[in-house]
Each structure stands twice: as C-alpha cells, then as structure tokens.
Design a protein around this ligand. Structure first.
Ligand SMILES: *Cc1c(COP(=O)(O)O)cnc(C)c1O
Length: 345
C-alpha cells in the first residue's frame, strides 16, 4: 500500500499509545474476570468523575451492541424509537435495535446536515396515537452526527425538552462523543445529562481504543438488569479488563480529548486545503474529524488509482467522505490535498 494512513474511517486507525500502554499494564497479573477487576472499577469511577455524576457504566464490545442494548432497555416490544433518517441505528446495525428490543419499531425523522429538526419529533409523535401503531418511547440522537456536524448545547437541550414533553426518553449514540466534546469545548455533562440525555453510548474505538464502547446510564433505574442484558447479548467479556483498562489510559490526563482535538484539527486542515481547489465542494460544515466533499468522478477515480482510500456515496449520495483519525498527520493531509489538486488540474 502506498500510503500508511488513509481517510476511509477513524476505525481503520490503530490503537493509541495511552490505550496500548494500559492494556500492557493490565496484562501483567491475574485479575478477577467478568468485570470484577480493579481496572473495570477504576475506569467506571473515572467516567463518573468526568461526567460529574454518579452514573452506571457498562463496557461492551462495539457500538451496535451499545446502541441496541441501551435502546432495548428503554423500550417494550410495542414501543418505537425516533431517530434521524441517516442514524447509524437505522442504516448500519442490521436491525439489531429492533431485534434486541423484541420488535420495537424505528421511526425516521428528517433534518438538514444530519441533525434532527425538533419539529419532526412532534410530527412523528402525533402522526398516529391509536392502539394500532407502536407507541413512541425513545428519541435517539447521534452526537457527532452521521454527516460530521455537531449539535450545540442549546440544540441538544431543545431536542431533549421536546422529547420529554411527549414522554420520550433520550438516548445518545456517541460513537464520536469525544470529537463533539472537543469541538464544542464544553463539559461532557453539558451535552448529556444536564441537557436531558438519559443514556449515552460513549465511543472508544474511533477515538483510539482497540475495541469497546461504554454505555453510561445517568438514571440508575434505567440501568436495572442491564448486566443481564449484556450477558445474554454476548457482551459480557470474561477478560473484561482488556475492554476497560484502555479507557483508563485514555481518560487519564485528557488523552481522549487530545486525540479528538487532533483529529478535528486535521479535518479542518483538510477542509482548508480542499476549499482552495476549484471544482471541489464541501458538503457539510466541518465541525468534527470528517470532511464530506463533492469531487468529480474522474478525480475520485484518479485518487483511488494513486492508492488513496476513502468512501463515496454514503449518507449523502455523490459525496466522498474523508475521515481523520487520532494518528492522521499534517503531512498525510498535505500529501492528499496536493494530489487532489494535481488530479483536478
Ligand atoms: C461507528 C459508529 C457506531 C458503532 O459501530 P460498530 O461498528 O457497531 O462499533 C455507532 N454509531 C455511529 C454514528 C458510528 O459512526
């Protein structure tokens, strides 16, 4: 492969040094299994500190499990979950939320640039109120959104207030939560429980952990029996410390935000470079670690022929997606931009 690092996805990157070191440290001794180890305890405590809240924390293997099990814990089989039409829970989880919730229906909401239009919540809730249609129960918000945009504190508050008005619980898919916190420069609590979010799926993989996400319940009652749900769903790691220790490494000294800030900066740098090239159009505001842009088909093909990897035609058809990671370097970005300029010229 010509290029060591690519722009396909932040989950194509490796493990960051802080997570790697924590895993190595956790590897030295024998430890209790199934989460009864000191690493898991300390990682959960650290998450409680960061969120300034006595929350319940569970470590699972991936985002699909985190989303679907958390949604299932909020729903009965006759309920529905409202989310953006581009939401990962709708487009990229193979029906796992519906499966784990035993049939809860996903209802789709519209909104520009991947963000839910709050008026859509009322529309969806009021569309049908009869016994023959599933009862709306949860609003699922993706922060960072699938198009890389970031909801402001006020926007999250408005969505959550609207949801609560209609008796809905609020779940947040935070696969790129770190990028959102870094982008907004706010306290993690400000865009979660203080804004009305009940459960957060806090992403680790895309921020530099090998694998794993943390499910964070801000309301103890909602977490009842979630440990059984995890076990039944195949998400209770017997060597749990290897899921939890990396979090400890990541959350120490703000490494998680340092990496997120860096990948966000790389996306900004990429955007600035691409904007100077005639014929390239940036599709969505660049507020996190991704740039969505329209490049012509010939340029796209030439870039691929030169060994560059990125995706095209995902959430916004025709656009290409250039994703930066914790380890993307300014030189990677410069090299990429220079070749887009060459192939476009
Ligand atoms: C990557 C991602 C997830 C998690 O996906 P898994 O492959 O199951 O780990 C969840 N939500 C969003 C928005 C994502 O981009």
């Amino acid at each position: 492969m010509k290029h060591q690092r690519q722009f396909t996805s932040d989950n194509c990157s490796g493990i960051c040094p802080e997570a790697w070191a924590a895993m190595a440290e956790a590897n030295i001794s024998h430890e209790p299994s199934y989460g009864n180890d000191a690493w898991t305890q300390r990682a959960a405590d650290r998450i409680r500190e960061i969120f300034e809240k006595d929350c319940e924390v569970f470590f699972v293997f991936n985002g699909t499990a985190a989303n679907s099990l958390s949604l299932a814990s909020l729903c009965q089989s006759y309920h529905s979950v409202l989310c953006h039409e581009h939401a990962h829970v709708e487009t990229a989880e193979c029906g796992a939320p519906e499966f784990f919730a035993n049939g809860s229906k996903i209802l789709l909401l519209q909104g520009a640039h991947g963000k839910i239009d709050p008026a859509e919540i009322e529309r969806a809730v009021k569309k049908r109120t009869d016994i023959h249609y599933p009862k709306p129960r949860v609003l699922s918000i993706t922060q960072v959104t699938e198009t890389g945009t970031v909801y402001s504190v006020a926007e999250i508050q408005t969505l959550a207030e609207t949801a609560k008005k209609f008796g809905l619980r609020v779940q947040m898919d935070g696969a790129r939560f770190a990028n959102a916190v870094a982008s907004l420069g706010v306290a993690p609590a400000d865009i979660t429980w203080r804004a009305g979010v009940d459960v957060l799926c806090f992403g680790g993989s895309k921020n530099g952990i090998a694998l794993g996400e943390a499910v964070v319940f801000f309301d103890h009652d909602l977490a009842r029996d979630f440990d059984y749900r995890c076990k039944q769903g195949g998400q209770l790691a017997s060597k749990m410390r290897f899921l939890s220790a990396p979090w400890l490494g990541m959350l120490k000294d703000g490494a998680w935000l340092r990496h997120a800030r860096h990948s966000n900066e790389m996306a900004k740098r990429l955007e600035a470079g691409l904007r100077k090239i005639p014929g390239v159009d940036i599709s969505h505001a660049v507020q996190s670690n991704v740039v969505f842009a329209w490049i012509s088909k010939p340029v796209e093909e030439k870039m691929r022929a030169r060994g560059w990897q990125f995706s095209t035609g995902g959430v916004t058809p025709g656009d290409s997606r250039f994703m930066c990671s914790w380890d993307t370097t300014p030189a990677d970005v410069e090299a990429f931009v220079a070749e887009v300029r060459e192939t476009a010229g």
